[in-house]
Design a binder for this molecule. Structure first.
Ligand code: C2E
Ligand code: CA
Ligand code: CA
Length: 683
C-alpha cells in the first residue's frame, strides 16, 4: 500500500475493525490518544474500546452501512486504556479487501478538549442565566445609548412590560419625567469619568403610567480603549417605603385641617428665609396672628364649626399673600406669616391691614354668620432679632400688646414690651455664677418597658436651683446656655454627675438599667467631644454600655457626614445613641437608615394630642412602623394619660416615658421607687 505511511502518520485517529469486532489496524495517533501499544492492539475487541452508551448506536450504523447506505459524521466516546473518556467526531465506511467487505474502517478526530470547554461555558452560562432569571432584583442590560438589550423577569414585572416590549424602548422612555434629566446627567458623568458604578434612588414609569420607586445600582462596562460597551442596571422596589415616607412627610409637615404648613415646616421655612434675608441684606417680617373670637365659637358652636372657621380663615390668609410668602398654622387659632420681599415697614402695615380686613368679614359657618377680628403682632429682622426664636418671641409679645389694645389691630414689637421679661444679660450672668456656685442638679425620669412594665432606663434632666427665682426648668436656660457656649461646661458637669451616679447605682447592686443623657448640638459638634467623653468614662469608671446619648434630628441633619463619624466613634465606645424629639425636625426617615443610632424618641407634642388629632395618631403610628422596619427601638415621650398609654401600647412601641408612670425624680427616689436588687424578685 503506497499510502500506508500517510495513514499511519495522520493526525486523525484511524482504525480498521473486522466484523467480529477485533481490531485489524489502528494508526499511531489512535494508539497515542487512547494509550495503547502496538502489542496491545491485536487482542482488542472494538466494543471494549467503546463507551457502553454508544454500543447500540454503533451496531445500528454498521447495519446501515451493510445495507449499502452511507453514514454522516457523528460523535462517539472511546474509553482509553487508563479509563479516560475520549470524545471523538468522525465517520465510518465499509473496509473492502479483494472486493469483499471485511470490516469497518473509521476516521475520527479527538474533540475532548473542545467539548470540555463547551461544557464549562454552558454550565457557567446556565448558572448566570438562573441567577438572571430568578433574581428578585430587576436586572437589565442597556446599550450605551440607553436601548434595552435584555431584561430579566423581575425587571419586566416591576414595570409591567414583557421583555419584547422593553427591547424596543430606551431607558428614558420608562424613566419618570422628573428624573430624566438626572438620569442623563448621571450617564454623562459615568461616561466622562469612566466610572464603573453608581447607586441612587430613582423613579421609573410603569406601562400603566404608575410611578415605581427603585433603588438603582448601575454598572458600566468599557472595552480596553475605554469605549462604553453596555451598562447593567439592577433595581430594587422601594415604592412602598418611599410612599410611606412621603405620606409621613405630608402628615408631619402640613396641617390636615387647613392644608397650611405646620409648625415644623414653618420653623424650617423661617430659618431659610432668615438665612436668605441675611445674605441679601434684606429685611424680613414675622407676623403672629390670633383670631379674637375663635375660642367662643369653638366652645359655643362646637369643634366642627370651629374647624370650618379655621379653614375659611386659612383660605383668606392665602389670598392676602403672595406666593413667596409663607403662612402657617402653629396650632389652635394661631397663624404666622413670613414676609420676605418688601421695601419698607409701610408695606408690612399694608399687608397687616389687608389681613385684618379679610378676617373681619363675616364667616359663613352653615349654622349662622359669625363675626370675628384678629390681633397681629409683628417683629422685623434684623432690628427685633436675627434668629427665629427671638423673632417669634417678640412677634408673640407684640401680638399680646395688640390683644391688650382691644384686638382687631396690629402692633410692631418694641423694646418696652421686653422690659418686663428677665433681661438676657442678667440671665447670662446668673448662669455663669450658677455654674460656679453649683446651683445645678440632675433628676432622672424612668422609662418603662412596655413588655415587662419594668423600668428599662432613666433620662437625666438638668435643673437649676436659682437662689431667688427658685427652680428654673431647662427650657428656660438651655437655649441661652447654647448661645453663650456655657452649655459646654454645663454639659461636662451633667455628664460627670450622671456618670458618677451610674457608678453609685451599680455599686448598690441594682439590676443595671440604661441612663439617657441629653447632648446639645454645641457639645456634639465640638472637635474633642468624643475625647472628652472618653476622659470622663475613665475618670468615673462608668460602664459605657449603660449610657445612651440623646441628640435631636436637626443636630444630625446639620452635617450628616460629620455626625456619622462622631456617632460611630461613640457607638464604638459602647454608648447607644437615640434621636430625641423625633418628628419636629425636617429629616428624612430614609436618611436615618444610614445612621448608627438605636432608638427614636417620638416627640411629646405628638403624644399630647393623640386623642384629639387624627394626624398625630397617623404620624405616631407610621413613625413606629417605619422605625421598626429600620430596626430601631421606639420610645414615646410625654405619656400622661391611660388613653395615650393604651394607644402606644397597642402599636409596636418599645418604651414609654411620661408623667403617667413617673415625673423626673431624684437619684434616691428612683432607687427607692423603681429599682430592683440583683438576685431579688420584683414585687
Ligand atoms: P426632652 O429631652 O424632650 O426631655 C423630656 C422633657 O419632657 C422633660 O422636660 C420632662 O420633664 C418632660 N416630660 C416628661 N414626661 C412628660 C409628660 O408626661 N408630660 C409633659 N408635658 N412633659 C413631660 P424638662 O426636664 O423641662 O426638659 C426640657 C428639655 O430641656 C429636654 O427636653 C431637653 O431637651 C433639655 N434638657 C434637659 N436636661 C438637659 C441636659 O442635661 N442637657 C441638655 N443639653 N439639654 C437638657
Ligand atoms: Ca431628651
Ligand atoms: Ca424629647
Amino acid at each position: 500500500m503506497e499510502y500506508a505511511g500517510l495513514v499511519e502518520n495522520s493526525n486523525d485517529l484511524i482504525q480498521v475493525v473486522g466484523f467480529d469486532g477485533y481490531v485489524i489496524y489502528v494508526n499511531r495517533m489512535w494508539r497515542e490518544t487512547l494509550g495503547y501499544d502496538m502489542a496491545d492492539v491485536a487482542g482488542l475487541n472494538f466494543f471494549d474500546l467503546l463507551h457502553e452508551d454508544f454500543h447500540c448506536d454503533c451496531q445500528l450504523r454498521i447495519q446501515v452501512l451493510l445495507e449499502g447506505q452511507s453514514i454522516p459524521c457523528f460523535e462517539v466516546v472511546f474509553r482509553a486504556k487508563d479509563g479516560r473518556k475520549v470524545i471523538a467526531e468522525g465517520s465510518i465506511s465499509l473496509y473492502i479487501e479483494d472486493d469483499e467487505p471485511k470490516g469497518i474502517q473509521g476516521i475520527f478526530r479527538d474533540i475532548t478538549a473542545r467539548k470540555e470547554t463547551e461544557l464549562a461555558l454552558q454550565t457557567s452560562e446556565s448558572r448566570f442565566r438562573t441567577i438572571f432569571e430568578s433574581s428578585v432584583a430587576g436586572i437589565a442590560m442597556l446599550a450605551p445609548d440607553g436601548t434595552f438589550l435584555q431584561a430579566n423577569p423581575a425587571f419586566c414585572q416591576f414595570l409591567g412590560y414583557v421583555e419584547k416590549e422593553l427591547l424596543k424602548l430606551k431607558i428614558t422612555d420608562i424613566t419618570h419625567p422628573d428624573d430624566i434629566e438626572e438620569t442623563l446627567s448621571r450617564r454623562n458623568i459615568a461616561l466622562a469619568n469612566k466610572s464603573r458604578s453608581i447607586v441612587c434612588e430613582k423613579r421609573y414609569l410603569c406601562k400603566d403610567g404608575t410611578e415605581f420607586w427603585a433603588q438603582l445600582s448601575s454598572t458600566w462596562f468599557f472595552d480596553e480603549q475605554g469605549k462604553p460597551l453596555y451598562t447593567v442596571p439592577v433595581i430594587q422596589n422601594i415604592t412602598r417605603s418611599k410612599e410611606a415616607e412621603l405620606k409621613i412627610r405630608e402628615l408631619a409637615y402640613y396641617d390636615s385641617l387647613t392644608r397650611l404648613p405646620n409648625r415644623s415646616l414653618f420653623n424650617d421655612r423661617l430659618e431659610q428665609a432668615l438665612a436668605n434675608a441675611h445674605r441679601l441684606e434684606k429685611p424680613l417680617a414675622l407676623m403672629f396672628l390670633d383670631l379674637d373670637r375663635f375660642k367662643g365659637v369653638n366652645d359655643n358652636l362646637g369643634h366642627a364649626v370651629g374647624d370650618e372657621m379655621l379653614r375659611q380663615a386659612a383660605d383668606r390668609l392665602r389670598h392676602c399673600l403672595r406666593e413667596n410668602d409663607t403662612v402657617a398654622r402653629l396650632g389652635g387659632d394661631e397663624f404666622v406669616v413670613i414676609l420676605s420681599d418688601y421695601k419698607n415697614d409701610d408695606n408690612v402695615s399694608q399687608v397687616a391691614t389687608k389681613i385684618l380686613e379679610a378676617l373681619s368679614c363675616p364667616f359663613d359657618l352653615a349654622v349662622r354668620e359669625v363675626f370675628s377680628s384678629t390681633s397681629i403682632g409683628i417683629a422685623v429682622s434684623p432690628e427685633d432679632g436675627d434668629n427665629s426664636a427671638d423673632l417669634l418671641r417678640h412677634a408673640d409679645m407684640a401680638m399680646y400688646a395688640a390683644k391688650g389694645a382691644g384686638g382687631d389691630t396690629f402692633r410692631f414689637y418694641s423694646e418696652e414690651m421686653n422690659a418686663k421679661a428677665v433681661s438676657r444679660m442678667d440671665l447670662e450672668a446668673n448662669l455663669r455664677r450658677g455654674l460656679d456656685k453649683k446651683e445645678f442638679f440632675v433628676e432622672y425620669q424612668p422609662q418603662i418597658d412596655l413588655q415587662t412594665n419594668q423600668i428599662a432606663g432613666v433620662e437625666a434632666l438638668v435643673r437649676w436651683q436659682h437662689p431667688s427665682l427658685g427652680i428654673i426648668p431647662p427650657d428656660q436656660f438651655i437655649s441661652l446656655a447654647e448661645e453663650t457656649n456655657l452649655i459646654l461646661p454645663l454639659g461636662v458637669w451633667v455628664m460627670r454627675t450622671v456618670f458618677e451616679q451610674c457608678v453609685i447605682w451599680a455599686q448598690s447592686g441594682w439590676v443595671p438599667f440604661r441612663v439617657g443623657i441629653n447632648v446639645s448640638g454645641r457639645q456634639f459638634t465640638q472637635d474633642d467631644f468624643v475625647e472628652e467623653v472618653c476622659d470622663l468614662i475613665e475618670e468615673t469608671g462608668v460602664d459605657p454600655s449603660l449610657l445612651e446619648f440623646e441628640i435631636t434630628e436637626s443636630v444630625v441633619m446639620h452635617d450628616v457626614e460629620a455626625a456619622v463619624v462622631t456617632l460611630t466613634r461613640l457607638r464604638d465606645l459602647g454608648i447607644r445613641m437615640a434621636i430625641d424629639d423625633f418628628g419636629t425636625g425636617y429629616s428624612s426617615l430614609s436618611c436615618l437608615k444610614n445612621l448608627p443610632v438605636s432608638r427614636l424618641k417620638i416627640d411629646k407634642s405628638f403624644i399630647a394630642d393623640l386623642s384629639s388629632n387624627p394626624d398625630d395618631r397617623a404620624i405616631v403610628e407610621a413613625t413606629i412602623a417605619m422605625a421598626k422596619r429600620l430596626g430601631l427601638d421606639v420610645t414615646a415621650e410625654g405619656v400622661e394619660t391611660a388613653e395615650q398609654f393604651g394607644f402606644v401600647q397597642g402599636r409596636e412601641c418599645d418604651e414609654v416615658q411620661g408623667f403617667y408612670f413617673s415625673k423626673p425624680l431624684s437619684a434616691n427616689d428612683v432607687a427607692s421607687t423603681w429599682l430592683v436588687s440583683e438576685g431579688k424578685d420584683s414585687d
